[in-house]
Write a protein of this length. Structure first.
Length: 415
């Protein structure tokens, strides 16, 4: 029996923090130990021995050549295919997928279909002051968590990047603030917590902006006025303030307007001190997908490849909208956790379309042709981008006979 092997400085793709300090011990072809312990890491590195064939056509086992032929035939008849779920792939996988989309004349949405993200539109319209997680760790003395609960969604965020992390340039303790629709594990760490519904976010952001600009405010008409005023006072007096926003903050119908207002507020704070916005995202590589599309086309997501070049429509080409309007006639689906969070309406609409899927575990969602591929950061290497745009290299810790998504796509394009 072979001796256990320990891999150092392994990147975990279990969430968008992409922690890069794991020690992963492999024994008997399985991950035996992960340190430091994290529930997301334990879940991500667990590879079930499920006996699922690597390639299937209508649920029946097939060879790679037969699966590629079936997928090619299916897509040859599609006039408006859609690629979605690119955030589950490595950068190399995304580049291959975009080359394929160009050949097919497909729509591509880099965003998480289960979590609308207007940050790309806001960056174009007003800009946004951001920072790396390392800068937050080293400099932020006041951190506001707004509809963000990293204690649950990113379990090691506190110890690595925020409340419990040692700051290189901090001279005193950090102060935690929180705004959320209900008490959370994160708000429990905040001496000042404002409980406020999501529907109030735009008004709260406008109130903060008015306070920063010294405008007159009718306090009687502002819910939670006392807490909002105190939060502004803490942020305005900080040496370095960080506002950490979770997907519920910017994921609603008014998400773009709320994020634009917050960006304006942070610019006002920067007149006297330093302040930034940090957006939490579900993992692992959705920010990398958006950047891959920008590199490839010159446009942010979403785009459509056409004979005369790529076209961009920030709202009309969103995956959920295209599927709801029946503007696509085939799907290329890269499976991952986003499928567990997609709306029932979207899942129902997708089930009516012919699907070519790529994934690394069994799926209850139908696909005419399915490719069981190697799992990034476990069964294959590559690179992904952390939620703050920092690229990190992945390590293959387990052997596999499965091809990577990139390899399957390249073979399909050369067939």
């Amino acid at each position: 029996m072979s001796q256990p092997i320990t891999f150092a400085d392994v990147v975990c793709c279990g969430c968008s923090c992409l922690c890069d300090d794991l020690q992963v011990t492999v024994a008997a072809g399985q991950v035996a130990q992960i340190a430091p312990a994290c529930p997301h890491a334990a879940n991500y590195f667990a590879i079930a021995v499920d006996g699922e064939p690597n390639y299937t056509i209508n649920g029946e086992e097939a060879t790679i050549d037969a699966a590629i032929a079936a997928a090619t035939t299916l897509l040859a008849g599609a006039k408006s295919p859609l690629l979605l779920g690119l955030g589950e792939l490595t950068i190399d996988g995304q580049r291959a997928a975009l080359d394929w989309a160009d050949r097919l004349g497909a729509y591509v949405d880099a965003g998480n279909p289960a979590e609308p993200d207007p940050s790309g539109v806001v960056l174009q319209s007003t800009g946004m002051i951001t920072a790396t997680l390392g800068e937050i760790r080293d400099r932020a003395d006041v951190i506001l968590f707004w509809n963000a609960d990293p204690a649950t969604t990113q379990p090691r965020h506190f110890e690595r990047f925020s409340l419990d992390a040692p700051g290189r340039f901090l001279t005193g303790p950090r102060t935690a603030l929180a705004i959320d629709r209900q008490a959370t594990a994160t708000s429990a760490r905040a001496p000042l917590f404002c409980e406020s519904p999501l529907s109030q976010n735009l008004e709260t952001a406008h109130t903060l902006l008015a306070l920063a600009r010294g405008k007159k405010i009718d306090r009687k008409r502002v819910p939670k006025w006392a807490e909002i005023e105190q939060i502004h006072a803490r942020l305005a007096s900080a040496t370095y303030a960080a506002i950490v926003c979770g997907p519920p903050f910017y994921g609603g119908a008014d998400g773009a307007a709320i994020l634009e207002t917050l960006a304006d507020y942070v610019r006002e704070l920067n007149r006297n001190n330093r302040a930034i916005i940090s957006l939490e995202r579900s993992g692992p590589n959705w920010i990398g997908a958006a950047e891959s599309i920008a590199w490839r086309t010159g446009y942010p997501s979403p785009v459509r490849f056409a004979a005369d070049g790529p076209a961009f429509d920030p709202t009309g080409y969103r995956a959920a909208k295209l599927i709801a309007r029946r503007q696509v006639d085939a799907l290329i689906r890269f499976d991952g956790d986003w499928l567990t969070k997609a709306s029932p309406e979207m899942l129902s609409a997708m089930a009516k379309l012919p699907v070519v899927s790529f994934g690394w575990s069994e799926s209850e969602h139908p696909a005419a042709v399915r490719f069981h591929v190697a799992k990034p950061g476990v069964e294959c290497g590559g690179s992904m981008h952390r939620q703050d745009d920092v690229p990190l290299p992945l390590t293959q810790v387990l052997p596999t006979t499965r091809m990577t998504t990139e390899e399957v796509i390249r073979q399909m394009m050369n067939a």
